[in-house]
Ligand binder design. Structure first.
Ligand code: SF4
Ligand code: SF4
Length: 305
């Protein structure tokens, strides 16, 4: 959802001092809004483009202040904030202000391009000393293309390197012309090779995604790293990983990043009132990770895991 009349997207979070989202020390901007709806999405607060109320159960002390102050009676006294009625909630934020433990929050904030760039440029010394920069992530940062391109250009003008994390479901010509000239590195996900499975688990076709990844790989600049989120019984099957390895080999790709499954997203999804259809609540075992590594070793593809 763009700000009415201003075409600005909502930002879910700005994470500073990250060591996990690209080279060096980075600030990561999580945009709200994604064309895909992956059943395992690790950032479920970034799928929807609009603002959302999130409840973090582990921070709640059970005082029920939120239920008492809600003007819409959207939080039942008996069941509390875990059972907030999202039809009644108008996101007024009263419960957030009154919650004594910070267990409630509205996810999504508008920034002007200058406000966002100023906030990110504060850590320039850390980026410079570590070979880091800014990562534009989400959600899908190319959805609000004009805004994202303006941010990337302004960061470049300040000597700050930009990385984008993308699902590649975008209009190639527009992204190539407006955004890529300001981007140093692209992290792009290859999730599922089979069309029917891609549609089943992400709710989108993968033809344009594959074509865009192939176009990215063919460019001299920016540099591209293909990543595979390892979701047990969905993407982390031998059949899918062999198909990805064969596809990589056919495009001359020799390095991949593997992202092992992390179950912590489930609590976030529930705190947003979502009912995830994918429910695995444990990390990948050593054996599962070794089996994945073995597949890529068979194809002589280097991997980060
Ligand atoms: S945001 Fe406002 S309407 Fe929604 S639950 Fe909180 S107090 Fe009630
Ligand atoms: S006000 Fe905050 S701490 Fe108290 S019940 Fe509501 S969410 Fe939990």
């Amino acid at each position: 959802m763009a700000e009415p009349g201003k075409r600005r997207p909502l930002i879910a979070e700005i994470k500073r001092n990250s060591l996990d989202d690209g080279p060096g020390i980075r600030s990561v901007v999580f945009f709200k809004g994604c064309p895909l709806s992956c059943v395992w999405c690790h950032n479920p607060e970034c799928i929807g483009a609009g603002p959302e109320l999130i409840y973090r159960e582990t921070q709640c002390i059970g005082c029920r202040t939120c239920a008492k102050v809600c003007p819409e009676k959207a939080i039942p006294e008996k069941d509390g904030p875990a059972a907030v009625d999202r039809e009644k909630c108008n996101l007024c934020g009263v419960c957030v202000e009154e919650c004594p433990s910070g267990a409630l929050a509205i996810v999504g904030k508008y920034y002007t391009p200058d406000e966002l760039v100023e906030a990110l440029a504060r850590d320039k010394a850390f980026y410079d000393n570590s070979g880091g920069g800014v990562t534009l992530s989400g959600g899908e940062p190319t959805l609000a293309l004009d805004y994202t391109a303006e941010i990337a250009k302004k960061l470049n003008e300040r000597g700050i390197r930009v990385l984008i994390e993308t699902c590649a479901d975008f209009d190639w010509d527009r992204v190539k012309e407006k955004l890529l000239p300001w981007v140093d590195l692209v992290f792009v996900d290859m999730k599922l090779c089979a069309e029917d499975l891609h549609k089943k688990f992400t709710r989108r076709d993968n033809a344009r995604i594959k074509q865009n990844i192939e176009r990215l790989i063919a460019l001299e600049s920016p540099r591209v790293l293909v990543r595979v989120p390892l979701i047990p019984e969905v993407t982390a099957t031998r059949e899918n990983l062999v198909a990805i390895a064969e596809w990589m080999r056919s495009h001359g790709l020799k390095r991949i990043a593997l992202l092992p499954y992390n179950p912590l997203w489930l609590a976030k999804a529930r705190g947003l009132g979502q009912s995830p259809s994918y429910q695995r609540d444990t990390w990948m075992s050593k054996e599962e990770r070794e089996a994945v590594k073995k597949i890529f070793a068979e194809f002589e593809i280097e991997r980060d895991i």
